[in-house]
Structure formats: C-alpha cells, structure tokens
Write a protein that binds this ligand. Structure first.
Ligand code: CUA
Length: 338
C-alpha cells in the first residue's frame, strides 16, 4: 500500500530547485564570470545570441529533469515496504516514449536551425565599404607572441590597432616551424586557429572606441598563459597616422622606441623576464649577445635546438631586417651587462 503523496512537500522541493536556478540565472545575468563578455562586433553579437538561445534550452532541460528526478525519488521512496518486496512492474507507455523522443528532436532541430541562420553573419567577412575599403591584417601566432603585419609593411606585436566601424579582415596563421595557437578576442568574434602553413580567415567590426583583451586559446607551450593580446580601437584618422608612422619608422630605422620595445616585451621577456632576469628561460640580463647585433640576429633566426641545455624557438626567423634592427636598437645600452 502507499500513502498519498503530500502535494505540499512536492511543491516545496520543486520550488527550491527552481529558486536555486533563478539565483544562478541572476548571477549569469550579472556576468559573474559565466556569461560571455558584452559583444562589440556583429559576429560576436551572433555568437552571444546563439549562446543564450542554447542556454535557454539547457536550463529548461535541467529544471525538467532534475525536478522530475527529485519528485520521483520522493513519490516512490520505499516507505514501509520490506527490502525484498518488488515494486509494481510496469511495461511500455507509448505516449511517454513518444514524448521523450519527440521533445529532444524538436529541441535539437531548433538549435541547429538557429545556428545555421546565424552562421553566415558570424563567418562571412562583410563586403568592404566602398569609401574606405576594409582593413587587412595578417596575424601570426608564435611561441609566445602575436605579430600583426599591415599591408604597408608596418609590424606590431601583441597590440593590434584598428579603426572604429570598419570591417577588419584578419588572415590568421603561424610560421612553419611553430605550433598551433588560437586567436580569440571574445568581444570581437569567435576563435580561429593559427596553424603553421595555413591561412585562416576571420573578421570583426568594432563599434566603439576602446581596448579589448584576448588570449591564445590553444595550449601551445610553457608560456601559453602569457600569450595575451589587446585590440585598440581608434578613430580612422588616428589609425591612418599611426600605421603610416610605424611603417616609416621601420624603414628609417627609428622604430627602436616602439617596435623594438614591443618585440622585447612580446617575444623575449615572456620567457626571460622584463629585465632579462630569467623566468622559464635563463637570465640574459648580463649576456653580451644582447649588444652584438650579428650574434643576436643569428640566435633569433636559428633559436636553440631541442635537447640543448636551454632550447629556444627561433622567434626572429621570419623577421625583416627592420624588425631585427628595431630590437637591437632598443637593447643598445639597456641590457647586456653595460
Ligand atoms: Cu599560443 Cu597558447
């Protein structure tokens, strides 16, 4: 025999579950580290829409399944039956079985349809605005920095400058001798892998001025966590001026204060420390190589082989002469035991 279940306790249990979930959603809405960052590019908006659409179903399924689970545990608990008494034997219920087949099918079709509708807006680079033309940047991920190359030859490390409200087309890759990295600025669109020898494409259009942070999203070695990057969104005129000036500085060899410093911070200091004091890489603060451009160039271009006492990736193998000069100029008199 079984006593009638007390409706009030069932309601209390389900109420508690729903309450807990509501609190969780409130925390999510407050962006307590779970929700995506506020998007600032059309493709990032589409990704965030898809996230919330799917999260709605996920919460519905969680509430339904956990609620029923708790209700059933309560409703069909053993009570005073002896341990060896079998419960009622129940066979197939066509209605129930059709329901738990159909509902998931409907949910999956809805999710797939939504994602397919959003996909072109995420993936396809919008056509260029005839007046300005879109900005093209080649992004190369290497252990453990990001190098940005603009069409006029200007190079920057770890800090990408772009104009506001213009589609920025990124060709994302990695040098042949490097490993796979993943480009990811959460507020400005999805992840894309930086694969040695392959050209991947992505884009964003930043809608407001400011600086956005991102990181390498593929475990790529000891200093993976230091592979951070920032995107600085600036007015068009200011961007034009910067990109022209950077290219001109590189050509005239006066880029030492800017590009050289970016190279030191991005490519050297991640392993050797900002003052060359040593980190995961050995201390180089007192090394004479830093003051000898020929030796420095050879080291940057060749690296040190795996198996040697302190292996080092050839961080400067793809660098132009201007980039090598910029680093040498920056290091002059600053490090290297002088
Ligand atoms: Cu590059 Cu992780």
């Amino acid at each position: 025999m079984h006593a009638p279940v007390r409706k009030s306790s069932l309601v209390a249990v389900i109420g508690a579950v729903v309450g807990a979930l509501a609190l969780t959603s409130a925390a999510l809405a407050g962006n307590a580290g779970f929700a995506p960052v506020t998007p600032d590019s059309p493709n990032a908006h589409s990704i965030t829409d898809a996230y919330w659409f799917i999260t709605g179903f996920v919460l519905f399924v969680l509430v339904a399944v956990e609620g029923l689970l708790v209700a059933f545990i309560w409703r069909y608990r053993r009570r005073k039956r002896t341990r060896h008494t079998e419960g009622p034997q129940i066979h197939g219920s066509t209605r129930l079985e059709s329901m738990w087949t159909l509902i998931p099918v409907v949910i999956l079709v809805a999710v797939a349809a939504f994602v397919f509708v959003k996909l072109p807006g995420i993936k396809n680079v919008p056509s260029a605005n005839a007046a300005a033309g879109r900005i093209e940047v080649t992004v190369a991920g290497q252990q453990f920095s990001w190098q940005f190359t603009y069409p006029n030859g200007a190079v920057a490390i770890d800090h990408l400058r772009v104009p506001v409200d213009e589609p920025v087309h990124l060709t994302v890759t990695a040098p042949d001798w490097d490993v796979i990295h993943s480009w990811w600025i959460p507020a400005l669109g999805g992840k894309i892998d930086a694969i040695p020898g392959r050209l991947n494409h992505t884009w964003f259009t930043a809608r407001k001025l400011g600086t956005f942070g991102g990181r390498c999203a593929e475990l790529c070695g000891v200093q993976h966590t230091d592979m951070l990057m920032t995107v600085e969104v600036m007015p068009r005129a200011q961007f034009e001026q910067w990109v022209a000036q950077r290219a001109q500085q590189q050509q005239s060899g006066t880029a030492k204060g800017t590009l050289g410093q970016e190279e030191w911070t991005g490519s050297c200091a991640k392993c050797h420390g900002l003052s060359g004091q040593g980190l995961v890489g050995p201390s180089i603060a007192a090394s004479g190589i830093l003051q000898d451009e020929a030796q420095l160039t050879a080291l940057l271009r060749n690296g040190l082989k795996r198996g040697s006492k302190a292996p080092m990736p050839p961080v400067g193998r793809g660098w132009s002469q201007a980039q090598l000069d910029a680093l040498a100029a920056y290091l002059k008199g600053r490090f290297g035991g002088r």
